[in-house]
Design a protein around this ligand. Sequence first.
Ligand SMILES: O=C(O)c1cc(=O)[nH]c(=O)n1[C@@H]1O[C@H](COP(=O)(O)O)[C@@H](O)[C@H]1O
Length: 276
Amino acid sequence: MNKKQLFDQIKTKKSFLCVGLDPVLENIPQHLLKYENPVLEFNKQIIDATKDLCVAYKPNTAFYESMGLKGWDTLIKTWAHIPKDIFTIADAKRGDIGNTSAMYADAFFNESKSQMSFDAITVAPYMGKDSVSPFLNYTDKWVILLALTSNAGHSDFQLHQTPDGKLYEEVIRVSSAWANSEQLMYVVGATRGDEFANIRRLAPDNFLLVPGVGAQGGSLADVCEFGLNSECGLLINSSRGIIYAGKGEDFAEKAREEALKLQVEMEQILTAAQLI
Ligand SMILES: O=C(O)c1cc(=O)[nH]c(=O)n1[C@@H]1O[C@H](COP(=O)(O)O)[C@@H](O)[C@H]1O
């Protein structure tokens, strides 16, 4: 999916919500345990209940890798269940020497090899350009580079002052020469609402993937105040806040209610910004 198609989806659905699919078997409602694959059934029902309210799904691969062979199978089948007009993000946070990154890129982008073809993958920038290029070589796919993350530990390295500014600012400045805003997005945590004006100065046209609303306490309004651009430019992720909104047989309805609350708020924001 290209940038225009993504913005078209945002306008059609009046939403820039990304639902995070981070299932944990222990948190799955009891009544699903009778299924052969309860996690897959959980994901399918969450997707079916929210697909008209969101423009993206983001399975974090850790939640699948931790289940071994069955987890990988669940990830493949979850990806296959997501409607094709919805943007898919493999949240894998990969990045390694070039020939290894090329294998990671195949793992998430090359359906004929891996049975999955996500639209985007999250990538760690630490190893530099040659570790990111193999993902960018899939020219119809997106790299979402970690810039300023939502966790407390972001201050350990990302805020370090370099002669040219903070380290995360360097990440954005340098990487923006590797690909344009048609192929490169950045992760910026919702918990850093105060940094969005600065980030938009460095990356005016790039989409930002913003996790950290919901369970981590970030504010949608704060992010949008400085984060919105003329093509919306934001994908706001919520995982636990949506998928675990209910614990009973009505868990999918409860998930829908939470997604709807965010969608309604997003519609108001898009309307006020005259983007729809
Ligand atoms: O890349 C990410 O998606 C990510 C980056 C970041 O800075 N913070 C962050 O929470 N995430 C991911 O976003 C999701 C947030 O989940 P919730 O806190 O449950 O909404 C998890 O899958 C995290 O791994």
